[in-house]
Design a protein around this ligand. Structure first.
Ligand code: 5AD
Ligand code: SF4
Length: 440
């Protein structure tokens, strides 16, 4: 029996997909290269913006055709889109056999076995952490580690709390156990994952309670862990103890993805982000003061209901002030069931949204290009990931600042090596390995 899995969306979905593969291979399935060869066609879906839905629905058409030709094929849809569409999925897509939400990854094996009887759905929020399931990892030396699921925020634009439920933290011991196993398996870099990663621990029972800063220190201190990253934090929970832990643990990377969403305090207020422009800038100032070499990236939405020209200019000036190394930029997309969709009018005209995103993308790109120049002429520690994708004679790795570098030289994947940076193109650096003299 063979399965084919297509993944959409964020790193949490990438992580869940590795677990889905682990579960399926545990019950005897093998991975097929093409949907056409598969007995089970599985999708792990995203629904964060309308464009995510459209991309997935475009793909679903092919599965429908296969099902028509080979009615024995199982079509299964997991993830956030499935959760959001749980009331209508089987009605609107009668060729779908299984649908399950992000909280039910652990039941995939059981659902596949039961499907033969009837179409089945599973949509609870309190299933087993997918982080505790077997995984088929795609990267040898890097791993995602789930530390929490769900989100207690009420950002007006966001569908995530609806599809991933309330926040639940995984006990610190379980996280540490998993990382020790990963290290034994060759992993050197871990990325701690949660929808709101730095509010970790508040929901744990009193005896087990731990803060995100404590978790960060515990993970950084584990034998064999060279690098720790985490994503995504919320600015409101970026407290002093977390910044200090980052500064004091050399294993914790000098990179922070710190979503700002808007540079206008009045937009931030209507978004229910719970911080102002000033408080965000103050936080960035403290981060740069404590960790001078930190690279910052962010998420920004343009065209939120009621966004004026002056609000948008506030976003542009905030980007200039923050000096981001990169940013994901999005046009606001109305998501049914969110506060913004229910109570606010999507009133920024399409052409204005387009104009704003164009100007913002240009600014972000030129800033990123300029910022990358600061590495040229310096020697940096690089975690070797493997051969370069474009030139197999060169190697590929990443700086602590999460910037990719292609370089010449010989080094083993999974090791930290010094690389002299010679050039910076828009998004990647180029350099050469610095040979370290080994005393004999
Ligand atoms: N429209 C546009 N962008 C959105 N995001 C979340 N919800 C929406 C939406 N309705 C963006 C935010 C978030 C990122 C993952 O996606 O910037 O940080
Ligand atoms: Fe998409 Fe959000 Fe779900 Fe990730 S959590 S897959 S971004 S809807």
């Amino acid at each position: 029996m063979q399965y084919h899995l297509s993944t959409f969306g964020c790193q949490m979905n990438e992580h869940d997909s590795e677990r889905m593969k682990g579960v399926l291979e545990g019950i005897g399935y093998r991975e097929a290269a093409e949907q056409d060869d598969a007995d089970l066609i599985l999708f792990n879906t995203c629904t964060i913006r309308g464009s995510a839905d459209e991309r997935f629905l475009g793909n679903l058409g092919h599965a429908k055709r296969i099902k028509r030709e080979r009615p024995d094929t199982i079509v299964a849809i997991g993830g956030c889109w499935a959760q959001a569409q749980k009331e209508v999925v089987f009605e609107q897509f009668p060729f779908v056999d299984i649908a399950f939400g992000p909280g039910e990854v652990s039941r995939l094996g059981e659902l596949v076995a039961r499907e033969r009887l009837d179409a089945v759905g599973a949509f609870s929020f309190d299933g087993e952490f997918s982080g505790s399931l077997p995984a088929k990892r795609t990267r040898v030396h890097q791993a995602w580690v789930q530390i929490s699921v769900g989100c207690n925020c009420v950002c007006a634009y966001c569908i995530v709390p609806t599809v991933r439920g309330k926040e639940r933290s995984r006990p610190l011991d379980a996280v540490v156990d998993e990382i020790e196993r990963l290290v034994a398996d060759g992993v050197r870099e871990v990325t701690l994952l949660g929808q709101n990663v730095n509010s970790y621990g508040r929901d744990l029972p009193r005896d087990d309670r731990a803060t995100f800063a404590e978790l960060l220190r515990a993970v950084a201190g584990l034998e064999g862990v060279s690098r720790v990253r985490y994503t995504s934090p919320h600015p409101k929970d970026m407290k002093r103890d977390v910044i200090t832990a980052m500064a004091e643990c050399p294993e914790v990377c000098e990179h922070l993805h710190l979503p700002v969403q808007s540079g206008s305090t009045s937009v931030l207020k209507r978004m229910r982000r719970t911080y102002s422009r000033e408080r965000y800038l103050d936080l960035v100032g403290r981060l740069r003061e404590t960790i001078p070499d930190i690279s910052l990236t962010t998420d920004i939405i343009v065209g939120f209901p009621g966004e004026t020209d002056s609000d948008f200019l506030d976003t542009m000036s905030l980007v200039e002030e923050c000096q981001y190394d990169g940013a994901y930029t999005f046009v606001y997309s109305e998501r049914p069931g969110t506060e913004a969709a229910d109570a606010m009018e999507d009133d920024v005209p399409e052409d204005v949204k387009k104009e704003r995103i164009g100007a913002l993308v240009e600014l972000v790109q030129s800033q990123g290009r300029e910022r990358a120049q600061r590495f040229v002429g310096t020697t940096r520690e690089v975690l070797v990931e493997g051969p370069s994708r474009t030139d197999p004679d060169r190697l590929r790795g990443r700086l602590s600042q999460n910037i990719a570098v292609n370089f010449s030289g010989t080094a083993e994947a999974g090791t930290l090596v010094p690389v002299r940076i010679d050039r910076a193109t828009s998004v990647t650096l180029a350099g050469s390995l610095v040979e370290v003299a080994v005393p004999n």
